[in-house]
Design a protein around this ligand. Structure first.
Ligand code: HEC
Length: 168
């Protein structure tokens, strides 16, 4: 009887020990996984440049009127139904002052990579909450997006009196 009690005690402590160490291991594994899965804010989002192919845009202070003209013709065709050139919202926000509140990279990523921007960029998501319409992909090339940016810079000079206010 005494032997049996000792045996049970020994067995109990083995079970306790193995169970305890097993738990510790799984705890460690979980916390490691959590560290790995922790979503890191991509640098481009943190810098206000959005997400997409455009990481750096060089602007010269002088506006290129040829690019403005090409940008305007795309705006007339593909954007004007939803975006006015004043600060008035139609479906999307009015374009007045857009280069003073958004970086040029962000604007071009929004034009060329709108699905991902609406899914992942906090500023784009916030606008979506206000506008309640997802801006559709307009199949604009990067070159044309640059022309539109020039058109928007020109529009900001005409409607807001200043441009590129968001450029760091
Ligand atoms: C069917 C309507 C629609 C069309 C067409 C459209 N957009 Fe948009 N746009 C939106 C909406 C709505 C938003 C706000 C974000 C959202 O809800 O998707 C937006 C947001 C934007 C923004 C951000 C504005 C800000 O104040 O930060 C830019 C820049 C932009 N659009 C550019 C364009 C350009 C350039 C075109 C044409 C090539 C275009 N959009 C065509 C609906 C549209």
């Amino acid at each position: 009887m005494k032997n049996l009690t000792l045996f049970s005690l020994a067995l109990f402590s083995i079970l306790l020990f193995s169970c305890g160490s097993g738990n510790n291991e799984s705890n460690d594994a979980t916390s490691q996984n959590q560290e790995i899965n922790e979503p890191e804010v991509p640098k481009s989002i943190a810098e206000g440049k959005g997400i997409g192919e455009i990481t750096q845009v060089e602007l010269s202070d002088e506006i290129d009127t040829g690019m403005v003209k090409m940008g305007k013709s795309i705006y007339d065709m593909k954007c004007s139904a939803c975006h006015k050139l004043t600060d008035q919202r139609v479906v999307g926000p009015g374009f007045q002052g857009v280069t003073n509140r958004r970086k040029p990279e962000w604007i071009m990523n929004m034009i060329t990579n709108v699905e991902v921007m609406l899914d992942q960029d906090p500023a784009a998501q916030k606008m979506l909450e206000e506008c309640l319409t997802r801006m559709p992909n307009q199949n604009v090339s990067i070159g044309d997006a640059r022309n539109i940016l020039e058109f928007l810079r020109n529009n900001d000079m005409e409607t807001a009196g200043e441009k590129d206010g968001a450029t760091s």
